[in-house]
Structures are given as C-alpha cells and as structure tokens.
Design a protein around this ligand. Structure first.
Ligand code: GLP
Length: 243
C-alpha cells in the first residue's frame, strides 16, 4: 500500500485528478470504477476543468460506479446517478451508454446485481478504481462485517452511515436504509486502486485500514492485500498514522 500525503484537501484532490488524467491519457478506453460522496467532488471538478481546457478526452472511457441507494430514482437529487451526472458525466464528453451504476429501482435486485458483475467482466474488468472511505472504514457501501468474497449485492446501511449521509438529505428519515454495492471481491479485482480521504473524521478509519489487522470489521483493511493501491490523503486524514 502506498501513501501520498498532501498539506490540503485541495492539493490532495488535484493530485488524485492528475493521477486519473494520466491513466486516461495512456489508455483512452480505460475502465474506471467511480465513487460518490463529498470527498471526490473536488477531484471531479478538476477532471472537468482539464477536459474544458482540451486536455482530457472521455469519449472512449467506460465507468462503473461502486454503489447506489435502493429506491431512489435517477432523477432524485440524492441518487448516485444524479450525483455522477451533475458532477462529472454531464460536464465531459463521456458517452452516457458507457456509464454504469447499479439500478436501485430494479424490481429484481439480485438479478440486476448479477448482471452488473457480468457487465464489469464483459468490459474487461476495472483498470482503476476510485474509493472514498466511511468513518467506520466502509468502502462503497461495504459496511463492517462485509466478507472478503462479497460481490455486488443488496446491503443494509448501518445507523452510523445513515447518520453520516443524512447531511445530504433534509431529514435522517429520508435516507434509504438499503443500497446496492459492489462487494469487497469486486473492488479487489480492479487492477489499480486509489483511495482518497480528507479531514480529521477520517483519520481513525484510515489508520485502522493501513496499519490495523485485516478484518471484515474494517472493510478498507482488505486493501492491504491489493498489489497496487495508493491512498491520497490530506494531513488531517493522515494524522493518526504512525509512519
Ligand atoms: C458513502 C459512499 C462511499 C463514500 C462514503 C464517504 O457512504 N457510499 O462510497 O466513500 O460515503 O463519503 P464522504 O466522501 O462524503 O465522506
């Protein structure tokens, strides 16, 4: 696991965006795994800026997002499809048909999950996966307890995640209780992984993921088993690491 620590979250986001831009330039038909949440917003804004300056072409890029809430339609402003369209897809020249998110409105969610896994395989697998991290060490919506062999499936959100994510909704009662998430095994199959984190509230989860025991209690600790995983952190998120 490699760590890159930056003084500010702006620098961290710019460096992560630069890393993604380089990968897109060297493989224009790259398959990206993408994430939502507050952390990637600045990084996506940087990628949009590079595209607008004519430096980045998304026309052949293929994407698969990590997760989606169950029961939120794509036009709900807290659905992850809405987030991705608003923060990235609508602002660059990516083909919408090349962008994939789990369908949280599917009538047969299990069949949809199996089809999602197949679609990733058919695309040749994920070249580069972006991750954020939850305060409890979750990645995607793989909450503590998620096994290392888990795949795309329906998951229950923990009370802590519901509380954390309620800041995006008018009221905590509106936060969906279930989501669809790629599994730990799905994530670990990506050829390269970048995790981004900023702020004091992520410091403990980061330290446990990087330096703690590999355990389902801290889903991000499974990243220690990946050969090419880089953490991009600001100083606050790195503050509880011993190295
Ligand atoms: C959500 C998402 C995760 C994300 C996490 C942290 O639960 N499902 O993919 O990493 O939140 O989000 P934030 O970046 O807002 O702290």
């Amino acid at each position: 696991m490699e760590l890159r620590v930056f003084d500010t979250r702006e620098q961290m986001s710019a460096a992560a965006a630069e890393f993604f831009a380089e990968r897109i330039k060297s493989k224009p038909n790259i398959v990206l795994g993408l994430a939502t949440g507050g952390t990637p917003v600045r990084m996506y804004a940087e990628l949009v800026r590079m595209h607008r300056e004519g430096k980045l072409d998304f026309s052949r890029v293929v994407t698969f997002n990590l997760d989606e809430y169950v029961g939120l339609s794509p036009d709900h402003d807290q659905s992850y499809r809405y987030f991705m369209d608003a923060n990235l897809f609508n602002k660059v020249n990516i083909r919408k048909k090349n962008t994939h998110l789990p369908d949280g409105m599917a009538t047969d969610l299990d069949a949809m999950c199996a089809a999602y896994e197949k679609a990733i395989k058919r695309a040749g697998g994920i070249d580069l996966q972006l991750l954020g991290i939850g305060g409890n060490g979750h990645i995607g919506f793989n909450e503590p307890g998620s096994p290392s062999d888990s795949r795309t499936r329906v998951v229950d959100l923990t009370p802590e995640t519901i509380r954390d994510n309620s800041r995006f909704f008018t009221d905590e009662s509106e936060v969906p209780r279930k989501a669809v998430s790629m599994g730990i095994a799905t994530v670990l199959e990506a050829r390269e992984i970048v995790l981004i984190a900023d702020g004091d509230h992520k410091a403990l989860a980061v330290a446990r993921s990087v330096e703690g025991k590999i355990t389902p209690d801290v889903p991000a600790s499974f990243l220690q088993e990946h050969k090419k995983c880089i953490f991009f952190l600001d100083r606050s998120a790195a503050s509880r690491l011993s190295r």
